[in-house]
Design a protein around this ligand. Sequence first.
Ligand SMILES: CC(C)(COP(=O)(O)OP(=O)(O)OC[C@H]1O[C@@H](n2cnc3c(N)ncnc32)[C@H](O)[C@@H]1OP(=O)(O)O)[C@@H](O)C(=O)NCCC(=O)NCCS
Length: 180
Amino acid sequence: MESVKKYETQLAMRSDLVLARDKLEDGLLFKDGSEKNNSELATLLASAFPDEKWDEIKVAEQLTAADDVCKVRLLYRDGILIGTASARENRVKFPGQGYVHWVAVLPTLQNRGYGKILVKEVLHTLFEENLWPAILETDDHRLGAIKSYLSVGFAPHCLQDDHATRWSKVFYNLARPRND
Ligand SMILES: CC(C)(COP(=O)(O)OP(=O)(O)OC[C@H]1O[C@@H](n2cnc3c(N)ncnc32)[C@H](O)[C@@H]1OP(=O)(O)O)[C@@H](O)C(=O)NCCC(=O)NCCS
């Protein structure tokens, strides 16, 4: 992977596809999150995004008490919170459309398909809430996340002059042998 470069804008992806929900394997359970879950969400998000400071206040501001977030989905495995993704309307940047917000899976359980399960779940919520099509934003270096999003129907959505070139680099990097 190329060294991590922070751009002023994130890349965007869009999906018009609502895929059938997966049958959940034994032990997996979805719940809706609320402020009662702030502590466990902060722990999960801090582990998935180690470069960012997550605490209960930030979780409330960004997710459980945010008035533009319709649903915070929590994925439990055998009673332990292993992943989250939220359905939001980003009224400033994408009014009327659905926005997939803060997708995270516990690092020890990544690359097992849980990210796809979470995003498909949120796509259903957005569609049901008539927030459509669905948009998400991500960073150029998040190849695992981008691969996961592509596999549930998201496609690059170029919003800025430099996005097409940046997407070319992303696909070039996705096609290279992984060294992680
Ligand atoms: C992004 C995230 C939610 C995805 O969840 P996940 O459960 O790991 O993802 P999935 O297992 O559903 O899919 C991951 C895919 O990416 C691939 N992948 C993982 N790392 C990769 C890399 N460095 N390069 C290329 N592909 C990669 C996996 O092989 C898998 O593809 P496959 O289904 O064809 O085998 C999770 O990895 C995560 O929490 N990452 C840290 C936080 C983050 O980046 N969130 C997204 C912000 S936009």
